[in-house]
Design a protein around this ligand. Structure first.
Ligand code: NAI
Ligand code: CS2
Length: 487
């Protein structure tokens, strides 16, 4: 079958300018999804394009994505990235993937053996916020989580990403091999510390000595990652095919902007990602907080209130002056004020750039996509800044409106009475709470009592209950557009 590896591509396509046979699998990535392809894949490709780097990646998907891995194998592990600016579009083929695996195609053992190969130095991951199986009450591993319960019962045939990592480390230790570093690239606050905690918790459930060895020898650098990469649709695939000259079911389309800030703690080396624009720092916390609060926080705000206001895409919300102004005010007044940034950081310029990026009409980023998994996202995006304002006694009306928008959204019925397809690990229990109250403001304290999302210092705070109730009441009486305009 004609594909990207065996068909001449359109002349303007940028193809690998290096001999791919020099690449070795030195990274195994878990979660070959939209974001990884357009972010870590592109950074690593840039390093190989401009240096003698031999860092290649074995791509693994553990759950969904079997067809994607099959397609990748069938096209010699090449895939395309279309970078869509407001004016120009660039198309490139990424060549750094050396292998592709899925448990249903290759078997669990093959993947663990790959991770345990001596030259593998980094296990990186984009497994979504929920892939870390954290118990929000303790910050430790949720042992009741179905994937984790299964892994504890049968460690040699893991299901969770964490289970694969523990098994691979166990093999390395047994064979006297050096450890690797584990690098999370998910939008999780303190992603390195989080994955460290849950990996060690899982290891400890099997073998104390293994857990101690991991604690001492494995590093878990935290990262701040940024690039807006909407999920692909049939329209995206048609667009990619017309630009390439051939179909690519592994292709992805994204914005031109990309940013990566990484803690430089790698036990077995790393690619020179700095060549490609990554920034190495001692502590990524301020950058992570900046991005999670200013970008992702306002994204969630726009997603819930935009969806309710009848907007399918983020760029549409930016054409509504009320939403555009509210998003900027939220960034500057609710989020930027809560940050403690290194000297010289210009948060106003950052906010202005975010508004421009959100407005990019070439990106079809669905409000519905960003609205997904709100229970996992809200704590990082809104929780920290809300705490800051409660302590300062300052104004947090944008945060309250965002939470109220989420509450109105998870009720599952939109402003026109149409069903909303709410995707969230807690969707069922949230819907039960909403159904018991109807579209009544009494639902606000009930939802604020869900401690997995709102710890008691937030959920039981009277100022929070009052501000969210006011915003919720406005949403029910006047709708999302009027509520946002009035902010
Ligand atoms: P995606 O849906 O295209 O890919 C998700 C990947 O995660 C798939 O390979 C899937 O198999 C895997 N996965 C899902 N649940 C899992 C679980 N419980 N355990 C192990 N693997 C699991 O999503 P996309 O766009 O690649 O986003 C993934 C994550 O990347 C996001 O949740 C976010 O944390 C981060 N991210 C995404 C950005 C974007 O604009 N798309 C930008 C910055 C970060
Ligand atoms: C978005 C993010 O889906 C979401 O929740 O807020 O994926 C966002 O596009 C990225 O973090 C941008 O880097």
């Amino acid at each position: 079958m004609k594909n990207i590896s065996n068909t001449p591509l359109n002349e303007s396509v940028i193809c690998p300018n290096y001999n791919r046979s020099r690449l070795k699998t030195r990274i195994v990535h878990l979660g070959f999804g939209a974001f990884h392809k357009a972010h870590q894949g592109v950074f690593t490709d840039d390093v190989v394009r401009t240096s003698a780097s031999d860092w290649g990646i074995c791509e693994v998907s553990l759950f969904s994505g079997q067809a994607m891995i099959e397609a990748l194998k069938a096209q010699d592990c090449l895939y395309s990235v279309v970078e869509k600016g407001s004016e120009a579009t660039d198309v490139r083929v990424v060549g750094i993937v050396t292998e592709a695996m899925h448990p249903a195609l290759d078997g669990i053992e093959t993947i663990i053996e790959k991770m345990a190969e001596p030259q593998v130095a980094i296990i990186s991951m984009t497994v979504t916020e929920k892939g870390y199986c954290v118990d929000p009450a303790t910050g430790h591993l949720d042992r009741q989580h179905p994937l984790i319960a299964a892994d504890i019962g049968n460690p040699s045939e893991p299901k969770s990403a964490l289970g694969y990592i523990v098994q691979a480390l166990k093999l390395r230790r047994k064979r006297g091999l050096a450890p690797f570093s584990v690098m999370s690239c998910d939008n999780v606050q303190g992603n390195g510390q989080v994955v460290k905690r849950v990996v060690i918790d899982l290891a400890r459930s099997q073998d104390e000595a293994l857990a101690d060895w991991i604690e001492t020898h494995v590093t878990f650098p935290s990262t701040m990652v940024d690039r807006i990469v909407p999920a692909t649709t049939e329209e995206t695939f048609r667009d990619i095919a017309s630009r390439l000259g051939v179909q690519d079911r592994c292709g992805i389309s994204c914005e031109p902007f990309r940013q990566w800030v990484i803690e430089d703690h790698f036990v077995a080396g790393r690619p020179e990602w700095g060549i490609a624009g990554a920034q190495f720092v001692e502590d990524v916390t301020p950058y992570e907080e900046m991005k999670l609060r200013m970008l992702n926080g306002s994204h969630s705000f726009l997603a819930y209130l935009g969806y309710l206001g009848g907007y399918d895409y983020i760029s549409e919300t930016m054409r509504d002056s009320g939403y555009r102004k509210a998003a900027f005010d939220m960034m500057m007044q609710a989020q930027a004020t809560s940050l403690n940034m290194p000297e010289g950081t210009n948060l106003e310029a950052y906010a202005e750039l975010l508004i421009k990026r959100f407005a990019n009409p070439a990106l079809k980023h669905k409000t519905w996509q960003i609205a997904m998994d709100g229970s996992q996202k809200i704590p990082f995006r809104i929780g920290g800044s809300l705490r800051f304002h409660l302590k300062q006694g300052s104004d947090f009306r944008w945060l309250a409106a965002g939470i109220a928008g989420w509450m109105r959204y998870v009720a599952g019925i939109d402003e026109q009475g149409q069903e909303i397809d709410v995707r969230d690990p807690l969707a069922g229990s949230l819907r039960e709470i909403c159904d018991a109250h109807g579209l009544n403001v009494s639902v606000v304290p009930a939802l604020l009592s869900v401690e997995a999302i709102f710890p008691p210092d937030i959920g039981q705070n009277l100022r929070v209950i009052e501000a969210v109730s006011t915003a919720y009441q406005s949403l029910v009486e006047h709708g999302a557009r009027a509520t946002v305009a009035a902010l």
